[in-house]
Design a protein around this ligand. Structure first.
Ligand code: C2E
Ligand code: CA
Ligand code: CA
Ligand code: CA
Length: 278
């Protein structure tokens, strides 16, 4: 049904109502899940390639339903965004993430925590003020927080969004552009947004050692990032061959199943302490 062209008629079909009611059900479940604390975070490590040292973690949201089943973020995040539940849910993620990273600081580890932010959070209310409050409440140094914004979000890089991002930057919080290369943003957006980190999407990283097109794209992004004084991070690195190719191209940091899957909060803390001892 989604494939219907610009001038095509949209006919009612039973599968459409099934889709709509499934989303409504999910939306109600999301609100309940937040109240009943069915969400938790997993933390995926990020490593500096040259030094092989732990650089920080990305917080990834997980939803376990009462029957024990996990719902994938790919399924519930879009519903949370469309329904507006993401503003509340995203704030919860931010609070948990900042508290966790403050715990690392107490153990003597200055590691960044990256948190995903949806477009909706930047256009609703005063997100910058919320970030400032969460930093104050948790006691986390602002430079240890990095907010990841997808390239798609930058399409609406106008008035309010621009203001929010500038305010966040002024707090001393880091910004990252997520899934870089997959959206429709232009290089002018990248220049204006001026993120601290460019996260190269997994679709370009995958098999780059034997895919000339991917290698060319990744190489161009790394060079661009370096010349704009931004850190380059390759996402979804799964093999040693990919890592070697990235290192040869001068990529700064990596994140992926090869160097570490998303971890439970306690396991992430254990990894922090292990690295501190090394
Ligand atoms: P993302 O921000 O691009 O996060 C990276 C995704 O890639 C994560 O999936 C991660 O588990 C997965 N990944 C990491 N390394 C590898 C790898 O080597 N191979 C493969 N195949 N996958 C890898 P996840 O956790 O399912 O999250 C999916 C998306 O959901 C995220 O993509 C992000 O857009 C969104 N998301 C997750 N947590 C949050 C959140 O707290 N807030 C918002 N707004 N979105 C979130
Ligand atoms: Ca991300
Ligand atoms: Ca990403
Ligand atoms: Ca993604």
């Amino acid at each position: 049904a989604k494939a219907s062209g610009r001038n095509a008629f949209r006919f009612f079909s039973p599968s459409m109502t099934a889709e709509v009611s499934e989303r409504l059900l999910l939306e109600n479940q999301l609100r309940l899940a937040l109240a009943q604390q069915q969400f938790y975070l997993e933390l995926q490590p990020k490593y500096h390639i040259a030094s092989r040292r732990l650089n920080g973690f990305e917080a990834l949201l997980r939803w376990r339903q009462p029957d024990g089943s996990l719902v994938s973020p790919a399924r519930f995040i879009p519903v949370a965004e469309d329904s507006g539940v993401i503003t509340e849910l995203g704030l919860w993620v931010l609070e948990q993430a900042c508290r966790t990273a403050t715990e690392w600081v107490r153990h003597g580890r200055q590691l960044t925590i990256a948190v995903n932010v949806s477009a909706r959070q930047l256009t609703h209310g005063d997100f910058c003020a919320e970030v400032a409050r969460v930093l104050r409440d948790s006691g986390l140094p602002p430079a240890l927080l990095e907010l990841e914004v997808t390239e798609g979000t930058l399409i609406d890089y106008s008035g309010p969004v621009r203001q929010q991002l500038a305010g966040i930057k002024a707090l001393g919080v880091r910004l990252a552009v997520d899934d870089f290369g997959t959206g429709y943003s232009s290089l002018a957006y990248l220049k204006n947004f001026a993120p601290d980190t460019v996260k190269i999407d997994r679709s370009f990283v995958s098999g780059l050692q034997h895919n000339r097109d991917n290698a060319a794209i990744v190489s161009a992004i790394i060079t661009l990032a370096r010349n704009l004084d931004m850190e380059s991070l390759a996402e979804g690195v799964e093999t040693e061959a990919e890592l070697a190719a990235l290192q040869a191209l001068g990529c700064d940091t990596v994140q992926g199943y090869l160097t570490g899957r998303p971890l439970a909060v306690n396991d992430a803390l254990a990894l922090c302490r292990l690295q501190a001892a090394a």
